[in-house]
Design a protein around this ligand. Structure first.
Ligand SMILES: C[S@@+](CC[C@H](N)C(=O)[O-])C[C@H]1O[C@@H](n2cnc3c(N)ncnc32)[C@H](O)[C@@H]1O
Length: 246
């Protein structure tokens, strides 16, 4: 992040000026998406700390305090289910994930669309059990694992790109996925990939069935949300209803 970006991030925290600056930055992101696509937009977001996180490039929703409850429930799930290989995408900067107590010997693959982020993660955290890869989970193959974690990922994608990503998950042969959902949203709206909206996977056009279980996620300064654990079979039924193929 440049000193100018750092200054702008600080200024966005000032009440009135901050609102105007945030609106200006949002217009910049929209222009970046329209002109260059989602990869460039997310790279810009990372380089400028657009989400304004004090600890994590993924914003304050990925701070240690924000993820405390989720980390505990997620660690329990990994142990209960005996997960041997986890695919975490988008992995962001691995900030909170590095503190999750994982089952002994579990292999971890973190993937993100932003090359800078993955190079940094690989340099700082890569070892024989932790691999980091640049993958665009909408358009590229997913690795096979016991579980795909997609925390705070799909809500940046258009509806068509969400269905495309789910088809990639199915094609990988991974049996389970854990996805962020906002149960209080009654009507889902579509967005251009790269932006953000809250989204309820149980409502149209997704119509997910009841998950196997929910984990609680309580990011500070945001409404609490849930991550649902769905089987590949459930996702297949969702895609079949839409007639989407990998
Ligand atoms: C809000 S962050 C969440 C990161 C992480 N899951 C967490 O909980 O901290 C969203 C991330 O999605 C990544 N991303 C956006 N589009 C992607 C895509 N098509 N494939 C992989 N990662 C993507 C962004 O670069 C960003 O790091």
């Amino acid at each position: 992040m440049t000193r100018t970006d750092d200054l702008i991030t600080r200024l966005t925290r000032i009440p009135v000026l901050g609102r105007q600056l945030r609106a200006w930055r949002k217009r910049r992101i929209r222009r970046a998406i329209a002109a260059a696509g989602a990869r460039e937009a997310f790279t810009h977001i990372y380089r400028t700390n657009y989400w304004g996180g004090r600890e994590s490039a993924s914003g304050n929703g990925s701070s240690l305090a924000s993820t405390e409850l989720f980390r505990a429930e997620f660690a329990q799930l990994l142990h209960d289910r005996g997960v041997r290989r986890l695919f975490d995408s988008p992995c962001g900067d691995f900030h909170w994930m590095r503190l999750v107590s994982t089952p002994p010997g579990m292999g971890y693959i973190g993937a993100d669309i932003v090359t800078d982020l993955i190079e940094e993660c690989a340099h700082r955290f890569g070892d024989e059990r932790h691999a980091f890869r640049v993958i665009d989970i909408i358009h590229e193959d997913h690795p096979t694992a016991d579980l795909w974690l997609c925390r705070d990922g799909l809500f940046h994608f258009s509806e068509a790109d969400i269905f495309a990503t789910l088809a990639r998950f199915l094609a990988a042969g991974t049996p389970w996925c854990l996805l962020t959902t906002h149960p209080y949203v009654m009507v889902n709206r579509d967005i251009r990939t790269g932006l953000y909206r809250e989204m309820n996977l149980a409502r149209p056009p997704f119509n997910f069935p009841e998950p196997e279980l929910y984990l609680r996620d309580t990011p500070q300064g945001e409404k609490p949300r849930l991550l649902g654990l769905w089987s590949a079979g459930s996702v297949a039924s969702v895609l079949a209803a839409r007639a989407v193929t990998p």
